[in-house]
Design a protein around this ligand. Structure first.
Ligand code: MEV
Length: 397
């Protein structure tokens, strides 16, 4: 994907949001290969014949704005972040927060290898107390059987890394096996579904019982990403505001009613990048909220602390994202968005998406803890209210 980018970018483009749309597009497009430049300029991000092959019963194209968030610096590299979202103020807020964060060095973080989980359900397994021992004894053979079913993934350096079992209900013999598969730069659903179906007979032979579901889990606990950032009191707007943002974080940490809205603000950023880049946002959403609810109640995915003149933010979440497969190679708009972003692998993409989530969260908390959300939000919503007259003018011409 990085090959499409002609030059190293600076994501700091002062006054970007005030330029006319065509000028913004040309500024971003000039960094891309000619074919993608032409593509962006044509405005035809999804030809009908491609759409017709992507889904069923297609009758038209459903459009969303393709925006670019500025100011992002992630793990030492400037990135222009494509975002697609119907809600006004999300892109502006993320860009604004990223500008504050870059003053402190930008976002930092690390992402796990792309390990997805395949689940195989068995019912009526006898002697459930011996399941763990039996699976451990057969571990190498089970991993080999899994790998036999995905030779191309193994050739690319991926493959099954581990297997374990959980007894969910000893009385009925309900047991689930997890196969942990490195899916490289793919999202991995097809790969792990293949594994789950391929190994099920061997699993039933080993443990007895009747095979049930064979499918991935959308809670990829071994595929999480962590990002942090540090913002000075000065950059955030003063010590009082920094302290208020920590108080807002503690509110979310103590109350699921607040935590879910706090997390929705994070997903404003994560989902917008996911949509622009053709990712499976339903799986990302499902995984994020399950992760938030894993421990002692539903918790915020990101937290903030104010200490020693700084505000420190930290986010952790599972992110099963892809730079290959799915719509990434098919949808021309998605290809252009990838070229704008210029990431080389799925882990790098996860770091950018998590950074967009943390930026969105910071922007929301800063507004909520300060002047309130409505003032800035409503100013940007007001632009949308002008739309009918804009449309009428275009029609009159
Ligand atoms: C609105 O889309 C998102 C917020 O509600 C997030 C939050 O409350 O933290 C502003």
């Amino acid at each position: 994907m990085g090959d499409d980018v002609k030059t190293k970018v600076s994501s700091r483009i002062p006054g970007f949001h005030r330029k006319p749309l065509e000028e913004r597009r040309d500024l971003v497009a000039e960094r891309l290969a000619d074919e993608l430049q032409a593509h962006l300029a044509s405005g035809d991000v999804l030809p009908l014949e491609v759409a017709d092959r992507m889904s069923e019963n297609v009758i038209a194209i459903h459009g969303l704005p393709l925006s670019v968030a500025t100011n992002f610096r992630v793990c030492g590299r400037d990135v222009l972040v494509p975002m697609s979202v119907e809600e006004p103020s999300v892109v502006a807020a993320a860009s604004n927060a990223a500008r504050m964060v870059r003053l402190g060095g930008g976002f930092d973080g690390d992402a796990d290898a792309s390990i997805m989980t395949a689940q195989v359900q068995l019912d009526g397994v006898p002697e459930t107390e011996r399941v763990a021992e039996r699976v451990a004894g057969a571990r190498d053979g089970l991993i080999a059987a899994a790998n036999q079913s995905i030779p191309r993934m193994v050739a690319r350096g991926g493959g099954c890394r581990d297997v374990d079992a959980r007894v969910l209900d000893a009385a009925s013999g309900l047991v689930v096996l997890h196969f942990y598969v490195d899916v490289g730069d793919a999202m991995g659903a097809n790969v792990v579904d293949t594994v789950a179906e391929a190994v099920a007979p061997a699993v039933a032979e080993l443990l007895g019982g009747e095979v049930g579901l064979r499918i991935l889990s959308n809670l990829p606990l071994r595929r999480t990403v962590r990002v942090t950032c540090r913002v000075s009191e000065e950059a955030i707007g003063g010590a009082e505001l920094a302290a208020a943002i920590e108080r807002a974080s503690r509110f979310a940490e103590a109350d699921p009613f607040r935590a879910v809205t706090h997390n929705k603000g994070i997903m404003n950023g994560v989902d917008a990048v996911a949509l622009a880049l053709g990712q499976d946002w339903r799986s990302i959403e499902a995984g994020a909220h399950a992760f938030a609810a894993l421990g002692d109640g539903y918790k915020p995915l990101a937290t903030w602390r104010h200490a020693a003149g700084h505000l420190e933010g930290r986010l952790e979440m599972p992110l099963a994202v892809a730079t290959v497969g799915g719509s990434t190679g098919v949808h021309p708009g998605v290809r252009a968005a990838f070229a704008i972003l210029g990431v080389t692998d799925a882990r790098e993409l996860a770091l950018v998406m998590a950074s967009a989530g943390l930026a969105s969260n910071l922007a929301a908390l800063r507004a909520l803890a300060g002047e309130g959300i409505q003032k800035g939000h409503m100013r940007l919503h007001a632009r949308k209210a002008e739309l009918p007259s804009i449309r009428r003018r275009a029609h009159d011409r």
